[in-house]
Structure formats: structure tokens, C-alpha cells
Write a protein that binds this ligand. Structure first.
Ligand code: UDP
Ligand code: MG
Length: 329
């Protein structure tokens, strides 16, 4: 192994004042061990991305940076842009100043002890190292089963994601530079990274409970995240609609024959209920299918506008004094 390389940690934070100091402390310990073991360079940094928090998150990040600028950096977005955009903002900020980078949630649910193995796998030549949850004992039964369903449904719908992998992953500088070429506005990083390719592997860890604060991903947000993932990565729902339309047309031929026979046989008066049922069923199906098509049109609309995916308000760093770096988007 040559000289140790620069590791940047990108940590998105939205209203995380309850956990931030604890997280910073644990990451600091991890960094000093890694540096003393010669695994990472002393130029390695931890970048906290403030995703438009309404609480004291940014003040904490600023004070961490002021106390230890050679360890903590901060990036503040102009408003809340969502987890995926916050992570991307961090990645695009560090892509030219790091050799490798790890994204991790602020709530320490991802095991920071997996970082050592991730870094070792990087030195073995892996460009992407996925953190995969080996178990979810600490998540509630509801969260666990809905999340399992999420992965299965995604792959059924044609959007391949690494099973039980969220956004805890290591990426090399090379991968970050390729990621910069993905210009889509509807971000779904865990679907995009496997598309980049290169040698990759997984490390396994146990998911912990959130150390404090509450989840920003309730069921509704998780569902819309799943819909976003599917419609961003697969046109399978559109194909399913076509199949459905075909099957319905076939069925209608039989219905027609049945109606014809009933007419000739003189027993056609009955059937009010079956008519009502089919009107409701077909009406519902049509609306549902239109809705799916609408989802895609909505996405095309958002993509065509090409609005910036995030806007940086402030960047606190001792290595790279850039106040405004909107050009990095
Ligand atoms: N987060 C963010 N912007 C948002 C929502 C969440 O940056 O709009 C961050 C949050 O601070 C945390 C990570 O994304 O570091 C994951 O969120 P959370 O832990 O609430 O989700 P869960 O683990 O419950 O799925
Ligand atoms: Mg969490």
C-alpha cells in the first residue's frame, strides 16, 4: 500500500441538533484511529451537510468547524432539499478534494465500525463499497417489513437496487466524477451508483437504533421514495399497463360473446349488478393507469426544466475556501 489516501465523510443533517455532537465525537475517534493506523491521510475530513435545518444544526456544525477546522467541514444548503439532494451536494463538493468518500446518516444508525472494512476494500481495488444491513432487529416490525417489501417490490418493478443497502457506501473519486455526469433532477442514488459500474463489493453491518431525535422518513415519505425509485429507473409499470390493456381487451371479447348469447337466448334483462361492477372496475383501472402515465409525465416535466438540484449557501472548509460553488451542481 502506498501513502494513505484522503477520506471524506459526507453526513446529511436535517434538524439533527440532538445527535450531532455525539456523532461528531464518535466520528472523530474513528478518524484518529484510522489516521494512526496509517489507513487514511491526515487531510481527511468530515463534511456535515446542513439540509436547511430549522433548529440549531448549522450553529453546531459551525462551532465544530471553528474548534477543529482540520477535521470538520460544513456545507449549508439554502433550503431543505431532501436527503438525496443533500447527499449529492456533499458529494459534488468533495469530488475534487478527496480520494474516497463515505456517505452516512447523522443518526449513527449505520455502524461506523464498518468504515474500517470499507476503506480496506477500497485499497483492494473496489471503486464502490456498499454497506449492507445484515439484520434489522432494532427497527420496529412495521418499519422492517415495509422496508423488506420496498426492496422486493422495487426489483419486481424492474429497478435494481442492492438488497438491504441504503445510502451508507464508499465511493472512489473516479466514481464521484462519473456520478457528476448524471444530470437527473429526480435523484435516487442507490439506483444510480450500480449503473456506474466498476469493481464493487459489500460489507455487512447491523443497523442500530437512532441515538436521538426522530425519523424523517415516515411511511408516506417512504412510499413516495419507492414510487420515485421505480419511475426513475424502470418503465416496467408502463409495460404492465399495456399488458393489462391487452388482457382486458381479450376479456371484453368473451364478455361480448356472452352478451350476444344472452340476447339471443332471451335472458338479457338481468345483469344490472355486473354492469355496475364492471363500470367501477374499468373506471378505476383507467384512472390508475392514467395516474402511472402522469407520474412519468411529471418526471419529464421536472427533468426538462433542469432546475438546480440544490443551492449552496455556505461552505466552511480549511482546505478549499469556496463560499459559493453553485457551478458544482
Ligand atoms: N435528511 C436530510 N434531509 C431531509 C431528510 C433527512 O438531510 O429532508 C437526513 C437526516 O438528517 C439523516 C438522514 O437524512 O441524517 C436519514 O434520515 P432519517 O434518519 O430520518 O431516516 P430513516 O433512517 O428513519 O430512514
Ligand atoms: Mg435514520
Amino acid at each position: 500500500m502506498g501513502s494513505p489516501e484522503i477520506l471524506y465523510m459526507v453526513v446529511p443533517c436535517y434538524d439533527e441538533q440532538d445527535v450531532l455532537r455525539e456523532t461528531a465525537g464518535q466520528l472523530k475517534n474513528k478518524y484518529s484511529t484510522l489516521i494512526s493506523q496509517g489507513l487514511i491521510s491526515e487531510k481527511s475530513r468530515i463534511l456535515f451537510v446542513n439540509d436547511g435545518s430549522a433548529d440549531g444544526t448549522w450553529e453546531i456544525i459551525r462551532s465544530l468547524h471553528e474548534a477543529e477546522p482540520e477535521l470538520f467541514s460544513g456545507l449549508s444548503l439554502a433550503r431543505n432539499s431532501g436527503h438525496q439532494n443533500a447527499v449529492l451536494a456533499g458529494l459534488m463538493t468533495v469530488k475534487d478534494i478527496c480520494d474516497m468518500c463515505i456517505t452516512m446518516d447523522a443518526d449513527l444508525q449505520d455502524d461506523i465500525n464498518a468504515v474500517d472494512e470499507m476503506v480496506k476494500k477500497y485499497y483492494e481495488g473496489n471503486q464502490v463499497v456498499y454497506g449492507v444491513r445484515s439484520q434489522r432487529k432494532t427497527d420496529s416490525f412495521f418499519k422492517r417489513s415495509t422496508a423488506q417489501f420496498f426492496y422486493k417490490f422495487m426489483s419486481f418493478m424492474g429497478a435494481e437496487v442492492v438488497y438491504n443497502h441504503a445510502d451508507f457506501r464508499l465511493m472512489s473519486r473516479r466514481v464521484l466524477n462519473e456520478l457528476a455526469g448524471f444530470r437527473e433532477v429526480n435523484l435516487f442514488l442507490r439506483g444510480m451508483v450500480p449503473l456506474i459500474g466498476f469493481k464493487s463489493c459489500s460489507v455487512y453491518y447491523e443497523r442500530h437504533e437512532r441515538i436521538a431525535g426522530k425519523s424523517k422518513y415516515p411511511l408516506g415519505k417512504m412510499l413516495s421514495f419507492a414510487v420515485n425509485g421505480i419511475t426513475s429507473f424502470s418503465t416496467k409499470p408502463l409495460k404492465l399497463i399495456t399488458t393489462l390493456g391487452f388482457v382486458m381487451s381479450l376479456a371484453s371479447i368473451f364478455a361480448f360473446i356472452w352478451a350476444f348469447i344472452a340476447k339471443i337466448g332471451g335472458f338479457s334483462e338481468h345483469g344490472w349488478s355486473s354492469t355496475m361492477c364492471s363500470i367501477w372496475l374499468i373506471g378505476g383501472l383507467q384512472l390508475f393507469c392514467l395516474g402511472i402515465i402522469g407520474e412519468y409525465i411529471g418526471k419529464i416535466y421536472a427533468e426538462v426544466k433542469q432546475r438546480p438540484r440544490y443551492i449552496v449557501e455556505e461552505f466552511l472548509s480549511d482546505t478549499n475556501k469556496k463560499e459559493e460553488n453553485n457551478d458544482l451542481q
